[in-house]
Ligand binder design. Sequence first.
Ligand code: SF4
Length: 287
Amino acid sequence: MKKKLFLAEPLGFCNGVRLAVQRFEDMRKKYPGELIYVLHELVHNSVVTQSMREKGAIFVNSVEEIPVGAVALFGAHGVTTATEEAAKKRNLRLSNAVCPLVVQLQVKAARFDPDIPLVFFGDKQHPEVQSILDHAVAHDIHVISSKEEIDSLPLMQRAVFLSQTTRNAEVVAAIAKRLAERIPQFDNQAHVCPTVQKHQEAVRLLAQTCDAMLIIGSPHSANGRYLAELAGISTGHARLVENAQQLKPEYFDDIETLGLGTATSTPDSVIKDVIDWIHAHGFETVQ
Ligand code: SF4
């Protein structure tokens, strides 16, 4: 008898990633044959990055590395105002594919009362977090990356709270609850991306009923890593793989039911390859 494969719904790109990849294709059409300088990785997925390189993308870590007047693209995570200014000075032929949801958070952070401390849950090194915090006007900003770090925050009478869009919604809610217990005037303005929440919810449900979970995503995709953690909590048996080449038959030896989810930066071509591999190794998809 065939083993069973259950697919999370949704799978694949979120709107922000789809928009960024589409912008790259639009720029190729607009400037045929020209190199396109992309600030950081446009999408946190190695397959997408490699494909863009083959189509003429040059990835750089700062605007200063981009030649004056060149064609350039900023990605979904947004950039700091200093980067925007530097881009203007270089007279770049620029397209900015920042996700509308990240823009919303930048605007929010810029409108809070500057005298109210801002507590931000996220990874300080992540470009999205840097771009949002750069727009924040609060004089007093505290970035925490775990629930445990709440204990080391100074005493505050009031604070507003924001989080990185791709964080685990349950963890964000738990942190907000603990902060509300500690801070008398606490304003929770955190907003986990709805698409990320849908991915998380689908994986959480599948993980409750499947023997094992497989998450397709790059190890440097934050939301892919969180999905793998979430899946592992229920099944105790979850793997994060980047592509079909990383799969090994022995992973699935004692598995009768397998759930599959993806990061929001995983392209359809990779999902198809992985599903084909799984089908070729004794599973059938159950709708
Ligand atoms: S995960 Fe959500 S916030 Fe991040 S780029 Fe995609 S749609 Fe935008």
